[in-house]
Design a protein around this ligand. Sequence first.
Ligand code: ARG
Length: 455
Amino acid sequence: MWGGRFAEGPAAVMRAINASIPFDKRLWRQDIAGSKAHVAMLGATGIVSPENAAAISAGLDSVAAHYAAHGVDEDMALEDIHMQSEARLAEAIGPVAGRLHTARSRNDQVATDFKLWVRDAIDEVDAALSGFQTALLIRAEEHADSVMPGFTHLQSAQPVTLGHHLMAYHEMMLRDRSRFADARARMNLCPLGSAALAGTGFPIDREMTAAALGFDGPTRNSLDGVSDRDFAIDYLTSATQCSLHLSRLAEEFVLWASQPFGFVALSDQWSTGSSIMPQKRNPDAAELVRGHAGRILGCMTALMVTMKGLPLAYSKDMQDDKPPVFEAHDLLALSIAAMTGMVESATFRTDRMRKVAEAGFATATDLADWLVREAGVPFREAHHITGRAVARAEALGVMLDAVPLADLQAIDPRIDARVYGVLSVDASVASRTSLGGTAPLRVRAAIAAARGGET
Ligand code: ARG
């Protein structure tokens, strides 16, 4: 493509380090779409004759059909998808193909293609996250009343419902989707027409190409247009945040599937066995979702570090922008699909969850609150009295609601029989009716609101 200035071809290693075709061939659909929009504009403005523009456009369709049927050829002499497609076009329609690259550069071309790809990736992630949310809603509704221990410091803290716990992840996914949507809205300006860096002297119509490619309009500064990769970084930060959430749920599944917890049985489809220990059912998919979060974060770091020292406008370092985005996207798509499958198919051991919730004196706060409410005791003093009641239960080897009234009254005479009404785990969760609380009626209302699109 630049043979006019060069007497010799590149060294083999130069060719190898320079080529992006092994990975950027993934942009072929976007590259064809960008070229078609460009040539339609060249024809409409008279920069290229309407006949030539029509021939090029038809030729691009034939290149696309070739790619769809046979995949993209990986000709290392043709550096990238842009040169590959132009060479293919020349094979298909002859020298008129050489008019396509009028009034553009690979710099605005690659920025446009990559933006189009990231935009599609966001739409794909959004649909997958919506499916994951549906799975969470279904399981949360099923378990709106199922009592489980709520933890802080991984110590039994207060009973909650499994439905409430699952809905916490629904909230995280809402935020993740809104982060992706923000990124999409912000990026949606078209760099095509920025040319190499300075714009062009040809009378191009940037509004026209932007509209044809579904952008809200053209970018406003050509230097920024070719050198901006914020959109890729926005995608990666959103993906990282989302993967952290998936990783936390994955970690809970790993814990819950362990024998000491026994809160969940993963279906056969979502477990693996051990080659030497026949009793094992390992939560490998959950562990890999947890692991993938680390790799996605690594991709984000890679692109940020690539960009941090680059002067305007284009530098070849920027060719390295694509592998981390592609890798993160593939890992994220797999992680969402895997967590969706696990949530859909898990058997929650609600009997076991209830037992653990009851065993951990998790209603101690309810006793303290009762003393405040019914006996007018200051909370700090109520906390102390409750501590003694817990110690008494421990000494007797029973749960809090099985400590005899006489024992409780020996600790504090203001306690009466009504207290047993708040000491069961069911009474405890039912009482937590504050906005956002774990009471089953609140959980059901949250599910209904989410279904109605209020949240
Ligand atoms: N393969 C390049 C990339 O992916 C295309 C842009 C090349 N531009 C240039 N001035 N060498 O970034």
